[in-house]
Design a protein around this ligand. Structure first.
Ligand code: KG4
Length: 347
């Protein structure tokens, strides 16, 4: 099959709590992108409930796909391939998207492409900035991952560093729950921090001068211990000081990585890349050091299907289709292997 700028890919995403579909032409031209979030459904539980997520995906998947096709102003027969997230994520949630994607591909008689959700995050910046200067260092920060990636071209990447315990987003979510300031935790801390003083409490910056790996579990414990010892402390000061500690480490290590590999660009990706302090500090520090800093829009940082369709287009062009026998892989890692441990199944 010949893949070019007119090749239209339907992308489908259902790995966690967003049901999403998008139509992307030629890898970068987003004709439509529909995201239906389940935040309200899970809010009363304080976190994503896997079984509830699967059932909601089941109800939403077909209407969301139909809406994406309609908004793109095309007929379904114009779709040349279907790309779907196969992992990592929640098994029941993934299965809904994978089944829908395969059924669409089979029904339309077009190729099916299984996409790694983490790899797709690397394409989000390219969607908005197709001329992104390479090599790039990507900081991928989400609810289940904190990764520093050296990307020399689309589809060519290697891992420079990762968290050795909690992911950055996980730390945001846990601290927000502990402070009882709202759900989801990241945006709640971000908002509370606007009212607080980031210098009010000196929380630890773990492994700041030590390699390119991260650790956030000590910071989490330190925040919890501080609040227990100082029950009168204002939540917004804790939120601001905690956020500042996380961002300091993320920015310092990304900058060091970019200098080490002589990168031209620094790119942010993943849900935590929507954080306002991380965005402004990365822009300020990265530009001052001479790097091009790519900050995808917040809609592209969080889960969406346009990045799945884009990654699918590149994968189809460079590696061909997946075949309909590929299944959902909840523990899929960035390098294609499967991961185990307490964060397995989270992205
Ligand atoms: O990539 P993503 O949408 O999906 C999963 O990892 O499931 O990332 C979600 C994570 C959550 O931990 C959420 O709290 C965090 O991204 N997040 C933020 C912000 N917006 C979302 N963290 C900090 N500041 C934000 N503004």
């Amino acid at each position: 099959m010949h893949i070019d700028n007119s090749t239209v890919v339907l992308g489908i995403e259902s790995s966690c709590d967003e049901t999403a579909a998008a139509i992307v032409m030629g890898g970068n031209d987003v004709l439509s992108s529909v995201v239906s979030s389940q935040i309200d459904i899970h809010a009363k539980f304080g976190g994503v409930v896997p079984e509830v997520a699967s059932r909601a995906h089941l109800e939403l998947i077909q209407p969301v796909i139909n809406e994406a096709i309609q908004l793109a102003g095309i007929g379904a027969e114009r779709i040349n391939a279907v790309a779907t997230t196969i992992g990592p994520g929640l098994i029941g949630a993934l299965l809904v998207g994978v089944s829908a994607g395969k059924a669409m591909a089979y029904g339309l008689d077009v190729p099916f492409i299984g996409v790694n959700h983490l790899e797709a995050h690397l394409y989000a910046a390219l969607l908005e900035e197709p001329q992104l200067p390479f090599p790039a260092v990507v900081l991928l920060v989400s609810g289940g991952n904190t990764l520093l990636i050296h990307m020399t071209a689309p589809g060519e990447y290697s891992l420079l560093g990762a968290t050795i315990d909690d992911a950055a987003g996980e730390a945001f979510d846990k601290i927000a729950r502990f402070l009882d300031i709202g759900y989801p935790g990241g945006p709640a801390i971000d908002a509370a921090a606007q009212q607080g003083n980031p210098q009010s409490i000196e929380f630890p910056r773990a492994m700041l001068h030590d390699g390119l790996d991260f650790s956030f579990s000590g910071l989490k414990t330190s925040v919890i211990n501080y609040v227990r010892k100082n029950p009168g402390v204002a939540s917004h000061d804790v939120a601001a000081s905690f956020q500042c500690a996380v961002v300091d480490v993320l920015v310092a290590k990304t900058l060091r990585a970019a200098q080490q590999v002589d990168a031209k660009s620094i790119v942010l990706g993943g849900g935590v890349a929507a954080n306002s302090l991380l965005r402004s500090e990365m822009q300020r520090v990265g530009s001052a050091a001479g790097f091009h800093v790519a900050l995808p829009s917040k809609a592209m940082c969080t889960d969406n299907a346009a990045m799945i369709a884009s990654a699918g287009w590149y994968r189809l062009r460079d590696h061909g289709p997946s075949g309909l026998n590929v299944g959902a892989i909840p523990h899929l890692s960035l390098t294609g292997s499967t991961v185990r441990g307490n964060r397995a199944g989270r992205k």
